[in-house]
Write a protein that binds this ligand. Sequence first.
Ligand code: 2BA
Ligand code: 2BA
Length: 109
Amino acid sequence: MKLIMAIINDEDSSRLTTALNKDGYQVTKLASTGGFLRVGNTTMLVGVEEERMEKALQIIHDTCRTKKQMTIANQPYGTAPEGFIPYPIEVTTGGATVFVVDVEQFHKF
Ligand code: 2BA
Ligand code: 2BA
């Protein structure tokens, strides 16, 4: 058995849970926080039989594609230089950071 740990955007978590459940995967969703941006993200734990792992990874890949979107570059309140004009920048969102580890034991008590 393998344990998939997928760190994803909050906005993709509901769709991913639905997609995995639809294919019979059980999922545990944890609220997490990225250490760099310090904003919330979602960590999904999926325990799977080895032969069903690739399919689960495919679902994660297909559901959490990266997308480019425009946002407004903002300076923290009080630090913007006088005359600073907020400007649009392109950022990449979505995607998934995925770890797969061997499960030594699996119990349901
Ligand atoms: P990603 O690399 O796509 O990572 C998204 C989130 O996945 C991370 O959130 C973190 O929660 C998790 N993550 C990624 N790699 C990990 C690892 N090796 N171990 C454990 N968790 C991991 P954040 O830390 O808030 O980072 C958000 C985005 O900021 C990252 O997106 C990356 O594009 C950028 N980033 C992170 N650290 C950076 C750094 N030191 N310098 C420049 N950009 C950085
Ligand atoms: P939930 O996913 O909310 O599932 C709660 C209970 O609903 C499950 O209890 C199971 O009895 C039932 N259930 C789940 N999916 C089902 C389905 N597709 N069809 C019919 N009944 C279903 P448990 O199996 O004792 O699991 C309790 C909680 O443990 C789960 O909450 C989930 O958070 C976690 N979990 C269980 N197996 C997991 C796995 N392989 N990977 C990740 N998390 C798992």
